[in-house]
Structure formats: structure tokens, C-alpha cells
Design a protein around this ligand. Structure first.
Ligand SMILES: [Fe+2]
Length: 268
């Protein structure tokens, strides 16, 4: 699976979130307007990238790796009893997940994607009972199939307290859920959305965290609130989890805490 964001996406996200105009960027980075235009047109401009990355407080070598196609997601594999589904949404795709306890066959779904049919098939194939639907945030691509899943499985849906949805119970920061032998802790990480929630899952052979659009492999979801506090909340809510924690993002490939700490351009 391709990374969610290119080097240009990352640069634009960081620029936009910090409210920096192109005019200011050129001035602060001490580059020329043609330098910026060449970069935006897809030319490799390592010197300009390095200068812009420094102005935007990004990790320059990570952006250059993204530009050169030498940035790789870690070779993390989905552990047993975890499934990732990727469904289309406009010109992109969105991930949702199913995680279950192998002893009780009780399962939790994380987000819904845009087509729940593969989820229904997996529930049947593995003879699972879907106990809960835990939503990371309320953006349309993550909740599109909620009604259909609830109707068919009777699972109890939960949405972040700050992003209430009809029929869903609220999820608070640090709220815990038990699903058979799985222990799940919710961490509220505002920034991309007001109640963005990370679900830390213990009880399988690897610690896991479903992170929605809080963090992507090699990027983050676009920040729609104050930038610095949002980055700090991502650091506190995701990057302080155990380094071996496998991160399951709402877009793009899976990753690990250790890998993002070492390579994510937003956390130099
Ligand atoms: Fe989102």
C-alpha cells in the first residue's frame, strides 16, 4: 500500500496548518519564487526542500526521502486476529479494522469504511460476534457504513464525546473497554478533529493502536486546530506508547511507534 502523503502533501500540510503564506515561506526559507514553483511542479529540489523543511520545523531528511521514493514504511505485518479493510472514497481510500479475542470470538470494529461487506464476510468466516464499534472520529469516510453495521450485527457503537453521533455512546479520554481478553483504552488526541480518538489494544501478541487520522505512516492527518498543541497531543497520545506498538491508521499502510519516532517528518 502506498504512503498516504507525498513530500509535497507533507510540506503543504505543515505550511497550511501554521498559516504561512507562500510569500512568507519564500522569504523565511531564503529561496526564490521559481525555486518554490519548480518544487511544486514536481522537480526534485533537495536544497529548497531542506530550507523549507527547516522553516516548517519538519525533519528535512524525511522529506527528501519521501521526494526520492526512498522512505519506506516498516515491514510491520498485521498480527493474527486483526484484519484491515481498505475501501474507496472519492479519489482516495480509507481503512477500517476488525480485532478479536481468539478465545471468546468477541470482536470490535474500528471505524466502518465505505463498504462493510468485507467486514460482514470476515465475521462470518471467523464465526465472530461483533460486540462494539469504536469510532476514531466522525468524518464521513470513517462512519459511512455505521447504520448498516449496527442494524445487521446489533453491536454497540461508540463515538468520541466531542464528536457526538446519533445512536452512539460517548467515548471519554482514558475510557476503557473490555472485549473478551482484549483490554482497550481510549486516548483523546484532538487536532485533525476535535475528539480524535486513539484506541490502544492490549491482549494480543503485539500491542496495537488504532489511530484513525491522528497519524499516518510518514505523515499526519491535516491539522484543523492550533498546530503546536496538536503536535504535542499526537506525541503524548501516540508516540509515547510502547515503541513496538503497531499503529493502524485510517489511511495508508500500518506502521509502528518506533518507526514514526525515527522517521515521521512532523516529529524531528
Ligand atoms: Fe478524517
Amino acid at each position: 500500500m502506498n504512503l498516504e502523503d507525498t513530500h509535497l502533501d507533507v510540506l503543504l500540510k505543515a505550511q497550511k496548518a501554521q498559516g504561512i503564506t507562500d510569500r512568507d515561506l519564500v522569504k523565511l526559507a531564503e529561496i526564490t519564487v521559481p525555486d518554490l514553483n519548480n518544487l511544486r511542479a514536481g522537480r526534485r529540489e533537495p536544497t529548497a526542500i531542506e530550507k523549507i523543511a527547516r522553516v516548517l520545523s519538519l525533519r528535512p531528511e524525511a522529506i527528501i526521502d519521501l521526494a526520492n521514493g526512498t522512505w519506506h514504511a516498516p515491514a510491520a505485518a498485521l498480527p493474527p486476529h486483526v484484519l484491515q479493510f481498505t475501501t474507496p472514497f472519492a479519489d482516495m481510500t480509507v481503512n477500517h479494522y476488525l480485532v478479536w479475542d481468539p478465545k471468546t470470538l468477541l470482536a470490535a470494529a474500528f471505524d466502518t469504511g465505505t463498504n462493510a461487506d468485507p467486514l460482514f464476510a470476515a465475521l462470518e468466516r471467523h464465526k465472530l460476534t461483533l460486540a462494539k464499534i469504536l469510532l476514531t472520529h466522525a468524518h464521513g469516510d470513517h462512519i459511512l457504513e455505521l447504520d448498516r453495521i449496527v442494524e445487521r450485527t446489533k453491536a454497540v457503537p461508540f463515538a468520541p464525546e466531542a464528536e457526538p453521533l446519533a445512536g452512539c455512546k460517548p467515548v471519554k479520554d482514558n475510557q476503557r473497554f473490555k472485549i473478551g481478553g482484549l483490554n482497550i483504552t481510549a486516548h483523546t488526541v484532538p487536532g485533525h478533529s476535535p475528539g480524535g480518538t486513539v484506541y490502544e489494544i492490549m491482549g494480543l501478541e503485539n500491542p496495537l493502536a488504532v489511530v484513525g487520522d491522528v497519524l499516518f505512516s510518514g505523515s499526519i492527518g491535516g491539522i484543523r486546530s492550533r498546530y503546536r498543541p496538536a503536535l504535542e497531543s499526537i506525541r503524548a497520545g501516540v508516540l509515547t506508547l510502547k515503541p513496538e506498538t503497531i499503529l493502524l491508521p485510517g489511511h495508508g499502510p500500518i506502521t509502528t511507534v518506533a518507526h514514526e519516532l525515527a522517521h515521521n517528518p512532523f516529529f524531528p
